[in-house]
Design a protein around this ligand. Structure first.
Ligand code: NAD
Length: 551
């Protein structure tokens, strides 16, 4: 049966595969396509424009069957969402190795990708869509929360109370923005052209209210700001029209960013195109549509620069909109920075990044238990404790219950060890899948995002994510992936992911200790190599060996 259908991960402790690592891969693969989790599950699209979990429904069926059949010393190979081989390996090897959307340099552009995709030869894997560790909008929530917290610290005395943020995009990832702003005490106006996405974010408690129009949005925002009350407001419209309109009205905006799917011009709605005509027009005339989208992004970014000229804090939130606007003919597109050099790099130097885990039992009580474990493990980290408590109260789970928190070198291994003990003792009712975003300290080369403006100019050096995947493969991860084009689009990034299963066994404990030490250590090493002193301090304190510093 190779037709679309509703998918939901199994729950509980009954296995349909031959071991927990295989079962975990199967459940996380299926979980990515749960309608509660995926943005467009009928098309196998999980998030981020066209980020898919499997190439087509036949591949979905064959991956499912292969994972059920896979022995504990075998490895399934997945090439851009299609299972292509099962190899005899050994029990320390990953059970699944995944390569998604990779193209040779000169061919690494959207038109060539789409040509190959239309022939059924590849798929777009985004970051955590094709690597089966997407956990819904919460996955980006803490990163977005941290980013807005950094903005608050830099410009607004540590809180966003009394400020208005303007942004766009309420998709799978962008939908985290309103909650991240209100968690920091601020007011957010979020422009979205798809009415159903506004409803979905309200339903999932990420967005507070929908405004009837722009005047209403501004009225609600000004009132909440004056009362220093946190509030998020969704407004239906096209950002390429609404942002310039708000600038022309001199709207009192303090912070501006954007999270439309700008990385893929066909996933950005140009001004003047009706929402209902979007898909058909993009499919019929992709080149023409791309030009129109880029021209609109130019107008959109020009308004963002206009807000910056007026004193607002403005940043690119990792969707490559600046480069698309530049392609659209706007010369000042790079006048504002990307969020990583502006706020996040010091965390990357400490090996910190988006650590996450999912409860394969399906039982929210298991996540509550892990939340308590994290609070116990790091009693002095107030910032982390605030996040964990707030997430416990305010984050609605999508699909399998999951949690994310940013942990650094040493911390991730400690958490992994503790989680495995909790599974072993039965305090947690079934194993946990422990992974992370590819947007991490040492797993990505992306010159418009994670590696923008590196100290030594090594932004486009892509050896690091490949080494990261090789290290995780050698260290005992349960599945490892190498992708191209995630986040910022074709030709602009290479990145790697890993997921490791805590099933309570001694073998899992040994693997987790190595993977969760070596994976963030890649980030520390990468930043040492680029000349960051903070990273050198962490390497020394954590005993991470860097040969070039030893002799
Ligand atoms: P998505 O495709 O699920 O959602 C994008 C949303 O933008 C859609 O709801 C769409 O209707 C809306 N949109 C498109 N054009 C618009 C326009 N002109 N005006 C208003 N709304 C418009 O994508 P997503 O998962 O939310 O990701 C958004 C972007 O963020 C992607 O480019 C993705 O690669 C990037 N991203 C950034 C990070 C980060 O950490 N900063 C992480 C993941 C993804």
């Amino acid at each position: 049966m190779s037709t679309p259908r509703t998918v939901r991960a199994a729950r509980g402790t009954t296995l349909s595969a031959k071991g927990w690592p295989q079962e975990a891969a199967l459940r996380m693969f299926h979980n990515n396509l749960d309608p509660e989790v995926a943005e467009h599950p009928e098309d196998l699209v999980v998030y981020g424009g066209t980020g898919k979990a499997a190439r087509d429904w036949r591949s979905f069926d064959r991956i499912t069957a292969s994972l059920r059949d896979l022995e504990g010393d075998e490895t399934l190979l997945v090439q851009s969402g299609r299972p292509v081989g099962i190899m005899r390996t050994h029990e320390w090897a990953p059970r699944v190795l995944i390569a998604n959307s990779n193209l040779v340099g000169d061919w690494a552009n959207w038109p060539e990708f789409r040509r190959l995709e239309a022939q059924g030869l590849t798929m777009y894997g985004q970051m955590t869509a094709g690597s089966w560790i997407y956990i819904g909008t919460q996955g980006i929530l803490q990163g977005t929360y941290e980013t807005f917290a950094a903005v608050a610290a830099k410009r607004f005395g540590g809180s966003l109370a009394g400020t208005i943020t303007l942004t766009a995009g309420l998709g799978g990832m962008g939908g985290a923005q309103p909650l991240a702003v209100t968690m920091n005490g601020g007011v957010a106006i979020v422009v979205e052209c798809d009415s159903s996405r506004i409803d979905r974010r309200i339903e999932h408690r990420y967005l507070d209210v929908r405004a009837h129009g722009l005047d209403h949005a501004l009225e609600l925002a000004a009132r909440a700001r004056d009362e220093r009350r946190a509030l998020s407001i969704g407004v239906l419209g096209n950002a390429a029209e609404v942002f310039p309109d708000l600038l022309a009205r001199s709207a009192p905006i303090d912070i501006v960013t954007d999270q439309t799917s700008a990385h893929d011009p066909l996933a950005y709605l140009p001004a003047g195109v009706a929402f209902e005509d979007w898909k058909a027009l993009a499919a019929a005339k992709p080149e023409d549509f791309t030009q129109r989208a880029r021209a609109s992004m130019a107008a959109h970014v020009e308004a963002m620069v206009g807000f910056q000229d007026g004193g607002a804090e403005v940043f690119d939130y990792g969707n490559s909109i600046r480069d698309e606007a530049r392609e659209g003919g706007y010369s000042r597109a790079f006048d504002f920075p990307g969020f990583v050099p502006a706020y996040i790099r010091p965390l990357f130097c400490e090996g910190k990044g988006p650590f996450r885990w999912a409860a394969l039992s399906g039982d929210p009580a298991d996540i509550a238990r892990t939340d308590r474990a994290v609070l116990d493990l790091f009693p002095d980290n107030d910032h982390l404790a605030r996040w964990i408590r707030m997430a416990g109260e305010r984050v609605a789970f999508q699909g399998l219950p999951a949690r994310i928190c940013w942990l650094g070198q040493g911390e991730r291994a400690a958490a992994g060890e503790r989680f495995n003990e909790l599974v072993a003792s039965g305090e947690i009712s079934a194993p946990l899948a422990i992974g992370r975003d590819h947007l991490d300290t040492g797993s990505v080369a992306s010159p418009y995002r994670e590696t923008e403006a590196m100290k030594d100019g090594s932004d486009a050096i892509a050896d690091w994510p490949l080494l990261n995947a090789l290290v995780n493969t050698s260290s005992g991860a349960s599945w490892v992936s190498i992708h191209h084009g995630g986040g910022v689009g074709m030709g602009r990034s290479l990145h790697a992911g890993q997921v490791s299963v805590a099933d309570g066994t001694e073998l899992a404990a040994a693997k987790l200790e190595r993977v969760l030490t070596n994976d963030p250590a890649m980030g520390v090493v990468r930043h040492v190599d680029a000349g960051y002193e903070e990273a050198e301090r962490v390497a020394e304190a954590q005993g991470i060996r860097v040969p070039m510093r030893e002799g």
